[in-house]
Structures are given as structure tokens and as C-alpha cells.
Design a protein around this ligand. Structure first.
Ligand SMILES: NC(=O)c1ccc[n+]([C@@H]2O[C@H](COP(=O)([O-])OP(=O)(O)OC[C@H]3O[C@@H](n4cnc5c(N)ncnc54)[C@H](O)[C@@H]3O)[C@@H](O)[C@H]2O)c1
Ligand SMILES: [Zn+2]
Length: 391
């Protein structure tokens, strides 16, 4: 018998999931989700469902408790757990380890095995937490996402990342775990407060800026309608944004982010730091808007993005009612200013080599491996001036 000093292992795993679009998903006459569940049915396994819902959604749609139970009970191929778990929504749920263990306990208690599903209904925060709890229980219970915010329907809910915060660090604990399916229900968006309606649109601006100039132009034309909560315009925005995110993740890129290149994180390096520094009083989308503004002005200062394009970006964000500036962008303290420290932390997080996506033009992102502190200070100052002028 021959032996060697290593054995080579290599395999591929195929992932496929669908993102559905609908409204009033739990109305008895809406069969989209029921039909999908029936497709998953197996004569060999009893598939159980554990529903975890966002308190903000439950309060805005009080009929849901009864409607959701009735809907699943009508699908005889699956068995609903006796309890629907309702948890506080918003970033706070990602900072609460006890909630994470409560979900893991429920997965255990209600025998949610690897043939069953955990179903998250809520904003990106609840979905990140639910997806993570599912991903680490039994080494991976499948999860279904029902996103209820603009941001989760067009970005976070359609991708492969899940996670919670740890010691104040965003998404420090997490897992790459694609959903089994995603169901986007437009009706949920009607009850979002003004901040969440607006904040979610920024991810569409982001992905358009790095990949799709025509989509950016469409948003410029639709900005007034979008800001006025026109649902038809919003559904188009959500669809195209989700499609661009999914194409990027699945399109031969790097779905599990083993490299440093993360174009979908355009505008995010400072945003994550701003969220943390403001104790999450800034919404993720608001922080990203400021981050995009900062990086767009910076790209202009280094001669990448022309001034008219930079102005179009800032104008669109303003028309959407999104912020461009926060006092933390005052970076006169140089290396010791908190946002600059965030840049250093990001460099460490990436393993020592900074990779940041900036804009060459609208619709064209490109990478850079260094950022100049003095120019960043200047970019912050320019935004401060603009904000003062426009007030
Ligand atoms: N996993 C990813 O790839 C990814 C990508 C981008 C962002 N994120 C994460 O998503 C989170 C932000 O998610 P978000 O912007 O969806 O906000 P959110 O989940 O924090 O929710 C904001 C608020 O809206 C409430 N809410 C949710 N749906 C509602 C509805 N239909 N009607 C009324 N109120 C409702 C919630 O209860 C909460 O109070 C952040 O933690 C961010 O880091 C994750
Ligand atoms: Zn984001």
C-alpha cells in the first residue's frame, strides 16, 4: 500500500434559491408561499416551521398573529411550531446575545431539524439574527426570509450573509448561509416610518453607482416619486436593486468573500464606523448615505470622478431625503479621529491590505488600496460646507 504526505480534497456545492415578489403574502388567497412549501414536502420527513417575527412589524400589522398561524396551518404538508416568537426589531436585537440563545433554544425545543425551516419575518436586523441562529444550529438549519423593510427587500435579505454584533463590533459573529427562499411582500413597506423608507433606498444608489448607470438615471427621474412614497416606483427600485445584488453574488464573483474585494461595500467602510460611534442612532442606510457622499467627494479629489457626476450623486441623495454629513466627519485630529481609526480597523479586518471600492464614473466602481488622510479631511470639510449652505 502506497501512502503520501497529503490527501487532496476538493468539491463544489451548488446553491439555488428564489426571491419572490408579491403582496399580502399571508392572505389565504395568496398561494405563493404555500405552493413553495408544498414543493419542498417529502414523504419521508415531517417538515416543521418555526416563525420568528419582528415586533415592529407585528405592532404595525396586528392581524398577522392570527393570519400567519391560519396560513401555515392550512398547509398540511408542514407543521407549525406551537409558538410564534416575536422579538424586538432594529439593530438592538443584533447586540443582544440573550436573544440569540433564545432562538437557538427554540430551535432545539421545537425540534427544528435539518429538514425543517426557521422563518424570519422582519427588517434586516431581525433577519441577520435569525439567519445566524439557524446557520449555527445543527450546523445549519435552513431559513426562509420574509423581509419587511426597503433595505432588507433590496439588499440584506436577498444575499448570503447573516450575523450579530459582538463587543460593539458590527457583524463580528456571523455565517455565510444562503436562504432557502425569500418572499418580498410590498405591503409591509407601507407601514415603515419615514426614516426607514428613505434609508433603504441608499443601497440601490450604491449598487447603481458601481454597476448600472442607467438605473442611477432612472432613480434621478423617479426621486420625487420615491421620496413621496410612490409604491410603484419603490417596487421597481427594490426589484432592480435585488437583481443587481443577486447577480453580483452569484455571477462568478466571490459569494463567500474569501478575497478582499467587496464592491457591494462601496460607501460602507466609514458607514460601519459611524453606526458604531453614534451608538446605532444612525440607521444603517443613513450612515451609508454619508459614507457614499464622503467617498464620492474623495473620488473627485483624487481625480477619478468628475465634478458634475459627484454633484449628481449628492443631489440624488438629498432628493431622497438622505443625510450627507455627520459631525464625526470632522477629521482634523488626523490619525486619532475616530473615522480615520475606522479605516485602520477595516484594513486590519481585511488582513492588512486595504481594498476600498471608489467611483471612476457613475456606474463604474474601481478599487483603491490606500486613502490619503489629508484628502479625507478635505472631503469631510467640503460636505460640512455643503450641508451648512443647504440648511
Ligand atoms: N446581511 C447583509 O448582507 C446585510 C446587508 C446590509 C445591511 N444589513 C444589516 O441590516 C440591518 C438594517 O436593517 P433594516 O434597515 O432593514 O432595519 P432594521 O431591521 O434595523 O429595522 C428598523 C426598524 O423598522 C422596524 N420595522 C421593520 N419592518 C417594519 C414594517 N414593515 N413596518 C414598520 N416597522 C418595521 C423594526 O422593528 C425596526 O424598529 C443592519 O444591521 C445592517 O447591518 C445586512
Ligand atoms: Zn449596506
Amino acid at each position: 500500500m502506497q501512502i503520501s504526505n497529503y490527501i487532496q480534497q476538493s468539491f463544489q456545492v451548488n446553491y439555488a434559491y428564489r426571491v419572490f415578489f408579491s403582496d399580502h403574502i399571508f392572505e389565504p388567497t395568496n398561494t405563493q408561499l404555500a405552493a413553495w412549501l408544498r414543493e419542498q414536502a417529502s414523504p419521508h420527513y415531517r417538515k416543521r416551521l418555526l416563525v420568528v417575527a419582528d415586533d415592529g412589524v407585528w405592532q404595525s400589522h396586528p392581524y398577522l398573529q392570527a393570519q400567519v398561524s391560519a396560513y401555515f396551518q392550512a398547509v398540511k404538508e408542514v407543521e407549525l411550531a406551537p409558538e410564534i416568537i416575536v422579538i424586538p426589531g432594529g439593530e438592538a436585537c443584533k447586540n443582544d446575545e440573550a436573544l440569540f440563545f433564545r432562538l437557538v433554544d427554540a430551535i432545539d425545543k421545537y425540534a427544528i431539524d435539518r429538514h425543517s425551516f426557521v422563518i424570519g419575518i422582519g427588517g434586516g436586523s431581525v433577519l441577520d439574527l435569525v439567519g445566524f441562529a439557524a446557520a449555527v444550529s445543527h450546523r445549519g438549519v435552513r431559513h426562509i426570509r420574509i423581509p419587511t423593510t426597503v433595505l432588507s427587500q433590496n439588499d440584506s435579505g436577498v444575499g448570503v450573509k447573516n450575523g450579530i454584533n459582538f463587543k460593539g463590533k458590527k457583524n463580528f459573529l456571523g455565517a455565510f448561509a444562503p436562504p432557502a427562499a425569500v418572499f418580498n411582500d410590498a405591503h409591509f413597506l407601507t407601514t415603515l416610518d419615514a426614516r426607514d423608507w428613505r434609508a433603504g433606498m441608499v443601497e440601490a444608489v450604491k449598487v447603481a453607482l458601481i454597476k448600472d448607470a442607467a438605473f442611477f438615471e432612472w432613480m434621478e427621474g423617479a426621486a420625487t416619486a420615491l421620496a413621496a412614497r410612490d409604491m410603484d416606483a419603490m417596487q421597481k427600485l427594490v426589484f432592480r436593486c435585488a437583481e443587481l445584488h443577486m447577480q453580483h453574488i452569484g455571477g462568478g464573483g466571490d459569494p463567500f468573500e474569501s478575497g478582499s474585494s467587496r464592491p457591494l461595500d462601496f460607501g460602507h467602510w466609514s458607514a460601519h464606523k459611524l453606526e458604531q460611534l453614534t451608538n446605532f442612532s444612525l440607521r444603517h442606510g443613513e450612515a451609508v448615505s454619508i459614507g457614499i457622499a464622503l467617498d464620492s467627494v474623495y473620488a473627485n479629489l483624487i481625480g477619478w470622478l468628475d465634478k458634475p457626476s459627484m454633484e449628481r450623486i449628492l443631489h440624488l441623495l438629498q432628493q431622497m431625503g438622505l443625510p450627507l454629513y455627520h459631525p464625526l466627519l470632522d477629521m482634523q485630529a488626523g490619525a486619532t479621529s475616530p473615522v480615520i481609526k475606522g479605516l485602520e480597523e477595516f484594513r486590519e479586518h481585511l488582513g492588512g491590505r486595504l481594498t476600498i471600492c471608489l467611483l471612476k464614473a457613475i456606474g463604474q466602481g474601481a478599487e483603491i488600496n490606500d486613502m490619503d488622510v489629508t484628502l479625507l479631511q478635505q472631503a469631510g470639510d467640503i460636505l460640512k460646507q455643503l450641508t451648512v449652505v443647504s440648511q
